[in-house]
Design a binder for this molecule. Structure first.
Ligand SMILES: [Zn+2]
Length: 503
């Protein structure tokens, strides 16, 4: 199904939702606990091969929207109109897909070979050809004040992927890459690290780059270098990779020009298309103008592996069918139990995997004033830990909010993990896009508490075809975290309990 036919079908689902009697509940005797089986039911469907890995702009998107809208409509959620199609907020995207590219390096005037599978290049336009570009290693690309740290005009900036180890939460590589492009870099090559394994980057990027149609253009060429290739380049240029990385950790690092240059050529197909955020509302019983927003990304990597492999679909069972399952289970309790005072919004975002693009688009075009959102609770990659895992919060530090979470979690018998380790992930989730615009955005649960468990997922099935549903996917912690989110929704939507604005 495509476009008109598909949109008609979505409208029909919406009509059914309006025709059905609203499920106004008797006074709640408490919310029924969320079960592993309930979550498994949603995850199995959303991560089945029929959904083709839920790639934005594919039939997998159509199926995902039909399923999520169908489920949410059954629960009595209402569409939020922000476009011609209820339930959906169109997100205009531009994808460039590298069809071919070459990087010919010279060090001290001599050819220096980098194997084709050690470099990933994406051109901004259909054809790009740039010759004899000087190469400068820029470390993290920014200084401690968040400004671009080197003169990169007309050059190739070679930048580190990792989070910036200095400054106050300086942006992640995508934003830093954009800033280097805005500062005139002809190309930005990002060096993969342990945080972004080369194999995972090849799957996640695969020569494709997607931006919001409204975004600034960025550098003409962007790409990634394997750590091995970067180290070999540094060594041939008379530098030591480890020493360069160490100096880059200083907040006043100014970069190092290498006695090297490169010719870059890329050919790409450029495709404009529209994907969708799914947005729904549970109207409050006594709305006071403030609202709670639950969100989680519906998208995943789609068909991610080469033609030659037998399993080509990155199903995204844990990342993030599990989050959509929890979002839906939470909506079910809040819609069928005692109606909360405040409006509660549910959003399934698109293109998180491409750089939080759906969340950024919503932050730029919110369906309700951002200042009305008293808290945004993001749910991502939640099927990691068993029952009994302590509750960590990404975005801790506002005492009034922390107190609500502590109180709600403790009442449910949960222990708290307040060591702050979870904040390492703050920029890697949709809440970051809202937080950047002043919305208090939190990610609460057990998945980000047990770091060894999380890291074993991130170093294993994550972003691979192996992130599939099976009995081995732990759902106990997700079920418990779902109960926690129901209770948090009730607490933050309670006008007597929560003032709606706090620090
Ligand atoms: Zn992901």
């Amino acid at each position: 199904m495509k476009t008109t036919e598909f949109r008609a079908a979505i409208a029909a689902v919406a009509l059914v939702a309006f025709a059905a009697p609203a499920a106004f509940a008797a006074p709640a005797k408490g919310d029924a606990p969320v079960t592993e089986a309930e979550l498994a039911g949603h995850i199995k469907i959303l991560s089945s091969d029929a959904f083709e890995g839920r790639g934005p702009g594919t039939e997998g998107e159509d199926r995902t929207i039909a399923y999520v809208v169908g489920e949410w409509a059954k629960l009595g959620l209402e569409p939020v109109a922000d476009s011609a199609t209820p339930w959906l907020q169109g997100v205009p995207l531009v994808e460039t897909h590298a069809m071919g590219g070459s990087a010919k390096f010279k060090v001290n005037g001599r050819d220096f070979a980098v194997a084709d599978n050690d470099v990933l290049l994406t051109g901004r336009d259909a054809t790009v050809s740039l010759t004899n570009l000087p190469i400068v290693f820029v470390g993290y690309g920014l200084d401690g004040t968040g400004k671009v740290n080197a003169d990169v005009r007309g050059k190739v900036a070679v930048m580190l992927y990792d989070n910036v180890p200095f400054g106050d939460k300086l942006p992640r590589y995508r934003e830093r890459r954009q800033m280097l492009g805005d500062a005139g870099a002809s190309a930005v090559l990002v060096i993969a690290t342990d945080e972004a394994l080369w194999s995972q980057l090849q799957n996640a990027v695969g020569g494709k780059a997607t931006r919001l149609a409204s975004a600034k253009q960025g550098a003409p060429v962007t790409g990634f270098l394997s750590p091995a290739a970067a180290d070999a380049l540094f060594k041939t240029a008379g530098q030591d990779g480890a020493a360069l990385r160490a100096s880059a950790k200083s907040a006043d690092y100014k970069g190092a020009a290498l006695p090297a240059a490169v010719d870059l050529a890329t050919t790409s197909t450029v495709r404009s298309y529209e994907s969708n955020n799914i947005i729904a509302k549970l109207p409050g019983a006594k709305p006071d103008g403030k609202a709670v927003l639950f969100l989680g990304h519906w998208d995943h990597l789609g068909i991610c592996a080469p033609d030659s492999t037998t399993d080509r679909i990155c199903n995204g069972a844990v990342d993030n069918a599990s989050g959509i399952a929890v979002l839906t289970a939470v909506a079910k309790r809040l819609a069928s139990g005692a109606r909360p005072d405040r409006d509660i919004y549910f959003m399934a975002t698109t293109a998180e995997e491409k750089g939080l693009l759906g969340a950024h688009y919503f932050a730029d075009h919110p369906a309700l004033p951002l200042t009305d959102i008293t808290v945004a609770l993001n749910i991502d990659t939640i099927a990691i830990s068993p029952r009994g895992t302590p509750v960590a919060t990404i975005g801790r530090g506002k005492p009034a909010y922390d107190a609500v979470i502590r109180d709600v979690a403790t009442k449910l018998g949960r222990k708290l993990d307040e060591d702050g380790e979870a904040d390492a992930f703050i920029q890697r989730q949709d809440g970051w896009a809202l937080g950047a615009k002043g919305v208090t955005s939190l990610m609460v649960g057990g998945s980000f508490s047990d770091m060894p468990l999380l890291e074993s997922f991130l170093g294993g099935d994550y972003h691979e075809p192996a992130d599939e549903f099976s009995d081995k996917v732990p759902l106990g912690g997700a079920a418990e975290d779902a109960d926690l989110h129901v209770a948090l929704g009730r607490a933050f939507a309670d006008t007597k309990r929560w003032p709606g604005t706090a620090k």
